[in-house]
Design a protein around this ligand. Sequence first.
Ligand SMILES: *[C@@H]1O[C@H](CO)[C@@H](O)[C@H](O)[C@H]1NC(C)=O
Ligand SMILES: *[C@@H]1O[C@H](CO)[C@@H](O)[C@H](O)[C@H]1NC(C)=O
Ligand SMILES: *[C@@H]1O[C@H](CO)[C@@H](O)[C@H](O)[C@H]1NC(C)=O
Ligand SMILES: *[C@@H]1O[C@H](CO)[C@@H](O)[C@H](O)[C@H]1NC(C)=O
Ligand SMILES: *[C@@H]1O[C@H](CO)[C@@H](O)[C@H](O)[C@H]1NC(C)=O
Ligand SMILES: *[C@@H]1O[C@H](CO)[C@@H](O)[C@H](O)[C@H]1NC(C)=O
Ligand SMILES: *[C@@H]1O[C@H](CO)[C@@H](O)[C@H](O)[C@H]1NC(C)=O
Ligand SMILES: *[C@@H]1O[C@H](CO)[C@@H](O)[C@H](O)[C@H]1NC(C)=O
Length: 463
Amino acid sequence: MGHDAFMELFGSMVGVFQGKIYFLFLAGVCSGLKVTVPSHTVHGIRGQALYLPVHYGFHTPASDIQIIWLFERPHTTPKYLLSSVNKSVVPDMEYRHKFTMMPPNASLLINPLQFTDEGNYIVKVNIQGNGTLSASQKIQVTVDDPVIKPLVQTRPASGAIEHVGNMTLMCQVEGGTRLVYQWLKNGRPVYTSSTYSFSPQNNTLHIAPVTKEDIGNYSCLVKNPISEMESDIIMPTIFYGPYGLQVNSDKGLKVGEVFTVDLGEAILFDCSADSYPPNTYSWIRRTDNTTYVIKHGPRLEVTSEKVAQKTADYMCCAYNNITGRRDETRFTVIITSVGLEKLAQKGKSLSPLASITGISLFLIMSMCLLYLWKKYQPCKVFKQKLENRPETEYRKAQTFSGHEDALDDFGIYEFVAFPEASGVPRMPSRSLPASDGISGQGLHSTIYEVIQHIPAQQQDHPE
Ligand SMILES: *[C@@H]1O[C@H](CO)[C@@H](O)[C@H](O)[C@H]1NC(C)=O
Ligand SMILES: *[C@@H]1O[C@H](CO)[C@@H](O)[C@H](O)[C@H]1NC(C)=O
Ligand SMILES: *[C@@H]1O[C@H](CO)[C@@H](O)[C@H](O)[C@H]1NC(C)=O
Ligand SMILES: *[C@@H]1O[C@H](CO)[C@@H](O)[C@H](O)[C@H]1NC(C)=O
Ligand SMILES: *[C@@H]1O[C@H](CO)[C@@H](O)[C@H](O)[C@H]1NC(C)=O
Ligand SMILES: *[C@@H]1O[C@H](CO)[C@@H](O)[C@H](O)[C@H]1NC(C)=O
Ligand SMILES: *[C@@H]1O[C@H](CO)[C@@H](O)[C@H](O)[C@H]1NC(C)=O
Ligand SMILES: *[C@@H]1O[C@H](CO)[C@@H](O)[C@H](O)[C@H]1NC(C)=O
């Protein structure tokens, strides 16, 4: 039976199309005749006309074309609606005003559609030629009222406190049949979770307990086979916080919880924390063991004159009067003078090691220059005088540094030359270790006074 095999294949294809609905084929598709319907399920709107399209085709010569429409509801016997041979239609008198067909066009028009029209419509086509060919199709018709825009209500309407309160969102729809409810949060479906639960119909969403993360744009999407409508977005009121308390300033350096402000400047502090409803802020000055509130509100201005000492401790306190929770953060203000500030900044760009290296280099270069100058320029002058002297003495005269620790040499040096001719007293003759010191005995070379200037010790600045 090739027909049956074809039927099975066709049936399974149709099955994919229409889901769970089971179709009973009254007759097959013969080799010469094929009846098709674009859709095996048609959703109609109550009160409107519904058109059930049917196509058929055959390849044999035909004398008579017969089209029959039947209607069946579950658990009832099929009802005759109308039929045609060639172009003449014979309707059931009872339904004559409701069903229309224009043969050879086999499509059926139902007008107006009522809930009672819901069921299966069966179309059968017979071709009379060399024998009789027949084929049929079944169309399931549903009838619905369109969805009216849903309305969402929250309970409690005044809002809920996070981690404490629960919230229920209810979706109400005034009209529509076969309603399917879905909840959306920020446009995405909401699923059952540890805190989200739904009523059996899904028309109620229960959040227990609410958290800050539950804040969002909720809407209720209601669908039925012929329409869908989404409610207006509602944002449930959830009280939370304070979170992430922070103190910031308009100027000055902030390092950790320490602000530095230049002497003579005013600094504006801004305290902020995330919370709903907005926090109330208070500023507290702390001295030793006592604290006192100096201001209410999110901003505090501190002028450096107000800070008697070089440092002052403050506290910003944020309080949410609905959640009953508070948070506080401490900070310190340090008054710096502008000069010190600049030094500190220089110190940052130039490390102490670098400055020591720089100064040392400068010293070495100055010494070299001095040595060269001494060697070549004054030599011409002193040559004759030095000629008579023993070489050891000459060498000793050039030695001017004894000790090893270079750090002790740190400073700015000034070389003051005393000319030989003037009455500078000779260095006293002392018995110094041979490797060290200058023996002034009979020394005729230029004497330099080396004055070491050590810059004032840099004060440690707090970073
Ligand atoms: C239908 O039309 C065919 C020709 O097109 C004709 O031979 C046949 O008799 C008609 N049948 C009826 C019932 O009118
Ligand atoms: C049948 O008639 C409807 C209008 O009533 C038309 O839209 C459709 O194309 C027709 N089908 C055929 C096969 O002629
Ligand atoms: C009618 O059908 C028979 C067998 O089904 C076939 O032998 C015959 O040729 C057909 N006649 C025409 C005119 O198609
Ligand atoms: C919130 O819901 C939980 C569980 O559903 C319940 O135990 C609790 O009492 C509810 N809290 C309030 C304030 O309704
Ligand atoms: C919620 O909707 C408002 C406008 O109605 C929009 O400004 C806001 O960005 C939305 N929030 C999210 C998380 O989509
Ligand atoms: C309710 O929604 C869930 C998904 O959120 C879905 O799996 C379930 O079938 C729905 N129930 C009804 C009755 O619509
Ligand atoms: C601060 O209080 C502690 C005990 O609470 C006490 O030991 C300490 O002496 C107090 N300091 C000052 C400066 O009052
Ligand atoms: C809570 O604080 C707000 C200001 O942030 C204020 O308007 C409101 O009256 C306060 N409510 C209560 C109950 O104190």
